[in-house]
Write a protein that binds this ligand. Structure first.
Ligand SMILES: [Zn+2]
Length: 358
């Protein structure tokens, strides 16, 4: 089959057709030049790499009630509502909730998810069981429970996790962060943390030791953003989660500073893990609050930049023989990045023979 209209990928947006065979790309070119001579089924739409949900806490999907009107600390901070609920739920309940959340992401075409999994080694083991057999790549960043760090726990954690994801620089000592980052990096794994979410922290605090991923930077100043941009450390933003707590980071400032942007849906107890909702909200919030952000910057953050960060550039470019299977949407093709960011939904995904993902 052929999807003709536009492609949005690492090279930006352009008019093109894409010919598929069993979900794989076999031909790409200018509209009207394909070799099928009109014999193949043809759909008008947009082809793009699969989106990546670059920041989640899927474990708290087990708590889906309307969140109370309270601050970050009371709801998701250490010892807050979230951690009380996590402690109350059984491992099986949490695994079921995580699997449902992952299945929803699969239905929305998500190719990979980067999760901050709390609760130490058992927490990561639950996520591994929950995602078994699903066609979505799960990067699990775990968090050891003992302070000071117990070497045995950290070793066991790093054996099953893809790295470490901690709460924030303010909540861990420099020694702890250094030790976690050092051990993770020695094993070729990641060290990631939340930064400047509730209050502004100085880049010096969260950039040492050097992280592989930052989350939020909601309160970062333009100078902070420039400092981070120069290091090329990517930043995952979660605007619906910020909005729930009355915060509205200016993504146009992130773009001006040249920050490598990623997008995540954050706590599953607060928001459904949908990248479609996340990009639409981010775009509208920018227009609404008077700091409009370029749709191309948001599209890149959801569909392209994460594959470069995950060191899979072959998934970021729509080309014959590309790695994995891209997504096709039955969408208007004018201003394709804008269509993707504001109008994409699961119902508009065109079956290309790869409905079960990879
Ligand atoms: Zn988070």
């Amino acid at each position: 089959m052929i999807v003709e209209g536009a492609v949005v990928d690492v090279d930006g947006a352009r008019r093109a057709y894409v010919r598929f065979r069993k979900g794989q790309v076999v031909e790409v070119g200018s509209p009207g030049t394909d070799s099928s001579r009109g014999k193949e089924h043809r759909v008008h739409g947009i082809v793009t790499p699969r989106p990546v949900n670059s920041h989640t806490h899927l474990g708290d999907a087990a708590a889906a009630r309307e969140p109370p009107h309270a601050g970050v600390a009371e709801i998701v901070g250490p010892g807050g509502l979230k951690f009380r609920l996590l402690a109350e739920r059984s491992a099986v309940e949490k695994e079921h909730a995580m699997r449902s959340a992952l299945e929803r992401m699969v239905r929305e075409g998500v190719g990979a998810v980067v999760d901050f999994r709390e609760e130490g080694v058992p927490g990561v083991a639950q996520l591994r069981r929950a995602s078994a057999g699903l066609p979505i790549e799960v990067r699990a960043l775990g968090r050891p429970t003992a302070r000071p760090i117990v070497p045995g726990e950290l070793s066991r954690l790093l054996r099953i996790a893809d790295g470490i994801g901690v709460s924030s620089a303010r909540e861990e000592t420099f020694e702890t962060r250094n030790r976690l980052a050092d051990r993770a990096h020695r094993m070729g794994k990641w060290f990631a943390l939340h930064a400047s979410e509730e209050v502004r922290e100085k880049p010096d605090e969260y950039m040492r030791p050097r992280p592989d991923l930052l989350v939020h930077l909601t309160k970062a100043s333009p100078d902070d953003l420039e400092t981070v941009a120069k290091t090329h450390v990517p930043v995952a933003v979660c605007l619906r989660s910020n909005a729930l707590f009355g915060r509205s980071p200016d993504l146009a400032a992130f773009a001006r500073a040249g920050v490598r942007l990623l997008i995540g849906s954050d706590n599953a107890m607060l928001n459904a893990p949908s990248i479609f909702r996340e990009t639409e909200f981010a775009y509208l919030a920018g227009r609404w609050l008077g700091h409009p952000v370029d749709a191309q910057y948001l599209a890149r953050a959801a569909y392209v930049e994460p594959w470069l960060w995950l060191d899979q550039p072959g998934r970021a470019r729509i080309a014959p023989g590309m790695t994995g299977t891209p997504l096709a949407f039955r969408l208007p093709t004018e201003d394709p990045a804008y269509q993707l960011v504001t109008r994409a939904t699961a119902q508009l995904i065109v079956p290309t023979g790869a409905e079960r993902g990879e």
